[in-house]
Ligand binder design. Sequence first.
Ligand code: DX5
Ligand code: ZN
Length: 236
Amino acid sequence: MDLVDLIVSKCLPRLAPSILSADFARLGEQVLEVQQSGADRIHVDVMDGHFVPNLSMGAPVVQSLRRVTRLPLETHLMISNPDLFLEEFAEAGADSFLVHWEGNNNLHRTVQRARVLGKRVGVAINPATPAAVLEEILPDLDQVLVMTVNPGFGHQRFIDTTLGKIGRVRRMIERINPRCDLEVDGGIEAVTAPRVVEVGANVLVSGSAIFGDSEGVASAMRRLRTAVAGPLPTAG
Ligand code: DX5
Ligand code: ZN
């Protein structure tokens, strides 16, 4: 990445490639590719076949990735009882936890447990969950994750009705905890990225649009960054 790319990328929404769509046979290599292309963090989707109808990866993957990248590893826990696994992921080298509001009767406790482990913490909400559920927990969070598809699979179509909610979450963040990140996850590519940024997202998770791009990871990252850059300022 050259200097101009670097400066631009620091002012723009941050990119969090989701390795769910990576080639697992050369995962370390693919993570290094997105790192070199300016990724800000690596998004690790953890699924238990119960909270969502799919299985993915666990703490050993985080442990292996910790050895190959300096980027923050954020774990998106799509699992029924995240409290049981926080310690294991923290020991493996996870930097942050994204835990779901859905199905957690003691969300505040989960958030505090992540804090005690010294990690950043965010709460994720599914497409049908209203923004309002975040109101009381927001002061305790470093980030909110608005799901723009139903969790469980990569390469799904972006759900348009989440745009209004992203705007509502942005206004709530400005009012209650302005330092909180607003991340979105699902169906984010060059067309949907500017739309979510326009309504207030500042961290974009993207899986298939990056790792599934026929021209390669670097070109996909550049395309996403360009899509959210907006018109260049004119001289004079
Ligand atoms: C879906 C996951 C996403 C997934 C996004 O449950 O949380 O992080 O990898 O994939 P794309 O970008 O392909 O929609
Ligand atoms: Zn995710």
